[in-house]
Design a protein around this ligand. Structure first.
Ligand code: PXG
Length: 455
């Protein structure tokens, strides 16, 4: 180690910090890498290593690290009004201006925003609001929310219940009652002998089967990410969303698009719902809304839903930091940057297609079974046999081997099982994309070498 402080910080971690989604003992033994600085698409750790951040912080760093405009927006707002709540018939300019700015960008008819501190809180809000909506309509039995296996909707009790992560459900007796799950449209992993198109229809039809099983009169809503992020950048077959839309049109249930990852330009459209033309009733947002500079999430509600809850009396729900003025000011400035710098258009027409083209070259690598992506989202499936899509045994830990090579070689690329995923900052340049893909290729080579040397 070059920096004596690294060891001090690691000791503080070991002695005092409970890190999210971590094995505390393992973390204490290894010691966390300490990230100390960010600029553009790069991070630096406390040992001075420069790292290309292929995961945009955690899917959130849209406009890049170190944007002075966002620093100014936050400090100006802190000076003017550092905090005031939005309860008890009060508001402040930034929250109102941000609600308007989001409504202007959201799909047609999505014009009302409830602010939260995170995506998880957005989905908690959704659960309560959906049930309140049906109660207002005189159908209080409509309570059940249908999610998907391997979907991710956050880590609060409602968020983790709505999500379909088995390893999360196993801790804390989840899901809570009234939440059920259907299979995901993950052709590469679960499509078997079916064609992607046929599998997409099959996966969509599981929604109809579940509605009939639970009873339409009991189903309140279906929640889904347009493209599953944390589950492994799962891009549904082209047949999936059109079939889901047909099913949603047939039954009187609400559709919630969880846009926490897809929202604010990740797909090259402002929202994943625009990309797939989904027309949801509600959209959960967070992450890219503020580029992660400050925490903020929310729930965008359609005019149709609003018309009902507007007549429903008090909605007894809210957070101290709902619409926090500093977060709202940063969100507004972040949206201004995304718009005025044409960042979303660049993802659609320039950097997104370029990333997909360059990533596609990795499909020829002997370890790679599939490369897929949309906009600035990408996934690389690591396999033992390309033709049959056969995986290495899970004990081999191929994804983790690849991830640690990436980390050691200055690239952050996540592993979800044996699926490598990337979601770089939306401001990444073509030269930086070249660097990302070359580093990824080197790490695939190193992973393959390591696997072969074990035999
Ligand atoms: N919905 C989706 C689609 C998400 O990706 C949340 C809700 C919850 O947001 P908050 O702000 O409460 O974290 C998320 C968050 C991962 C990973 O491993 C992904 C998320 C969070 C933590 C880890 O990829 N996404």
């Amino acid at each position: 180690m070059n920096n004596p402080k690294t060891a001090q910080w690691q000791a503080m971690s070991r002695d005092h910090h409970l890190a999210p989604f971590s094995d505390f003992k393992q973390l204490a033994e290894q010691g966390p890498r300490i990230i100390t600085k960010g600029e553009g698409v790069y991070l630096w750790d406390s040992e001075g290593h420069k790292i290309l951040d292929g995961m945009a912080g955690l899917w959130c760093m849209a406009v890049g690290y170190g944007r002075e405009e966002l620093v100014q927006a936050a400090s100006n707002q802190m000076r003017e009004l550092a905090f005031y709540n939005t309860f008890f018939m009060t508001a402040h300019p930034p929250v109102l201006e941000l609600a308007k700015a989001i409504s202007d960008l959201a799909p047609a008819g999505m014009n009302h925003v409830f602010f939260t501190g995170s995506g998880s809180e957005g989905n908690d809000t959704m659960l309560r609001l959906v049930r309140h909506y049906w109660a207002c309509k005189g159908q209080p039995n409509k309570k059940v929310i249908i999610g998907r296996i391997n979907g991710y909707h956050g880590s609060t009790v409602a968020g983790a219940s709505l999500g379909g992560m088995k390893f999360m459900h196993e801790q804390g007796d989840l899901p809570i009652p009234g939440i059920v799950h259907i299979p995901q449209p993950y052709w590469f992993g679960e499509g078997g002998e079916m064609s992607p198109e046929a599998f997409g229809i099959w996966a969509a039809d599981q929604l109809e089967a579940k509605i009939l099983e639970v009873g339409e009169e009991n189903v309140a809503a279906f929640i889904a990410e347009p493209i599953q992020g944390a589950g492994g950048v799962i891009i549904p077959p082209a047949s999936y969303w059109p079939r889901i839309k047909e099913i949603l049109a047939k039954y009187d249930i609400l559709f919630v698009a969880d846009e926490v990852i897809c929202g604010f330009g990740r797909t090259g459209e402002w929202f994943g719902s625009d990309y797939y033309d989904l027309a949801p009733d509600m959209m959960t947002i967070a992450k890219g809304l503020t580029s992660g500079y400050v925490p903020m999430g929310g729930l965008i509600v359609s005019d149709k839903v609003f018309a009902v809850i507007n007549e429903g009396g008090d909605f007894n729900h809210g957070f101290t930091y709902s619409g926090h003025p500093v977060a709202a000011a940063v969100g507004l400035e972040n949206l201004r940057i995304l718009k005025e710098e044409g960042i979303v258009e660049a993802v659609k027409n320039d950097t997104g297609p370029y990333l997909q083209q360059r990533l596609g070259e990795l499909a020829a690598h002997p370890l790679v079974g599939e490369v897929r992506g949309v906009g600035l989202l990408g996934a690389i499936e690591l396999v033992q046999d390309k033709a049959s899509r056969k995986r290495y045994p899970s004990e081999a830990g191929v994804g983790m081997i690849c991830r640690s090579h990436c980390f050691s070689n200055g690239l952050i690329m996540r592993a979800v099982g044996d699926t490598m995923i990337i979601a770089p900052p939306l401001v990444i340049s073509k030269a930086e994309i070249d660097e990302l893909v070359e580093k990824a290729r080197q790490c695939l080579d190193l992973t393959l070498e390591q696997l072969q040397s074990r035999k």
